[in-house]
Design a protein around this ligand. Structure first.
Ligand code: MG
Length: 354
């Protein structure tokens, strides 16, 4: 019998969500019919994923985005719902989705810089059992077996994601050995966040095939080694086309005043990474600076040179952050500010203002 395989992927209920998946085989359907609304709902045992008690364990999977993987094999990102069809309390995507209904006209663009370590038996590649390699210095963007490990995996990941319509704009070896980064870009907020989650899934999956694993915790190696972040670059149409110094200063004030809220949602154990060293600002402080990689927020020098038009980089999110949470907070903080300033200058209600 000719069939199509759909691998349903979802986020579990742990404090730092893990990716879970299971495969559904269905009777063959033509390619043009493979769209989200034609895929069946499914269910899973929520008592095994921290999402339900054993006595009422069923949770629902609602397909929300389809990615081609292999011939007649698709990765299907799903939202988790309760048995009555309402959004499950662990479904952070639904919160962002509702917010976007009011914000999608703002045309946000997102560039996530996902850092990670490649590990074998829980130890980063290049680290000897019970010891340390040479100190940091030559590993960043390095070449050769003493500087860089697992390049083959990184390149396979890049090619695979591009083939799945996930726009990775680049990769590089990072500051510690065994540590890498890729950049994931999209001009649509939900797609940007979905793509980041699915690109992580693909990375775990490809690593598993060669008996390696991926560690996105913020500080896998204590001491004088860089941690892993998920620097979040973003802009919206207003920032790119109008902006202005006054507007940006106001945004930065707003980000400062909501610093604690952002930090709470920017990844577990981020305090081990945001120490004020290794190109980070201390978690308890907020700062911004033009071209400053030791600040909470970096304003690229091109923005200052271009009459304060362009994007900013939030350097606080940890590598294990949930992009749905990060994007939701950034949208809320950015849009509040934009509306205030626009209303002041034009005397009009800003477009999209509720
Ligand atoms: Mg980096």
């Amino acid at each position: 019998m000719k069939t199509v395989k759909f691998e349903y992927v979802w986020l579990d209920g742990h404090e730092t969500p893990n990716l879970r998946s299971k495969v559904k085989v269905v009777e063959w359907m033509p390619k043009e019919d493979i769209i989200v609304k034609n895929l069946p709902m499914w269910n899973f045992d929520g008592s095994s994923t921290n999402q339900a008690p054993g006595s009422a364990s069923e949770c629902l999977l609602k397909p929300v985005r389809i990615y081609p993987w292999n011939m007649n094999y698709y990765i299907v990102l799903c939202e988790v719902q309760n048995i009555d069809g309402t959004d499950h309390s662990t479904n952070a995507r639904s919160g962002l989705r509702k917010l976007i209904k009011n914000a999608d006209q703002e045309e946000f663009w997102w560039g996530f810089e996902q850092e990670y370590f490649v590990t074998k038996d829980r130890i980063p590649l290049g680290f000897p059992q019970g010891g340390y390699p040479k100190p940091q210095g030559l590993y960043y963007c390095g070449v050769g077996g003493n500087q860089v490990r697992a390049r083959g995996l990184v390149e396979t990941h890049l090619t695979t994601c591009l083939g799945m319509d996930i726009f990775l704009t680049g990769t590089n070896a990072e500051v510690a050995i065994g540590q890498w980064e890729y950049q994931c870009f999209a001009k649509d907020t939900l797609k940007a966040c979905d793509d980041l989650w699915v690109s992580r899934y693909v990375l775990y999956r490809l690593a598993e095939e060669v008996e390696l694993d991926i560690d996105i915790s913020p500080k896998p190696v204590p001491g004088n080694w860089n941690g892993s972040g998920c620097h979040t670059n973003y802009s919206n149409k207003f920032m790119r086309e109008e902006g202005g110094k006054k507007w940006f200063m106001n945004l930065l004030d707003r980000l400062k005043s909501r610093h604690a809220d952002h930090i709470l949602a920017y990844g577990k154990d981020n305090s081990s990474r945001l120490t004020g060293k290794h190109e980070t600002q201390h978690m308890d402080k907020f700062s911004w600076g033009v071209a400053d990689r030791g600040a909470s927020i970096r304003v690229p020098f091109q923005v200052e040179q271009n009459d304060w038009k362009g994007y900013i980089e939030d350097r606080r999110p940890a590598a294990n952050c949930d992009p749905y949470q990060v994007a939701r907070l950034i949208l809320e903080t950015t849009l509040d500010d934009q509306y205030t300033i626009q209303s002041e200058s034009s005397g009009d209600k800003a477009p999209g203002k509720k």
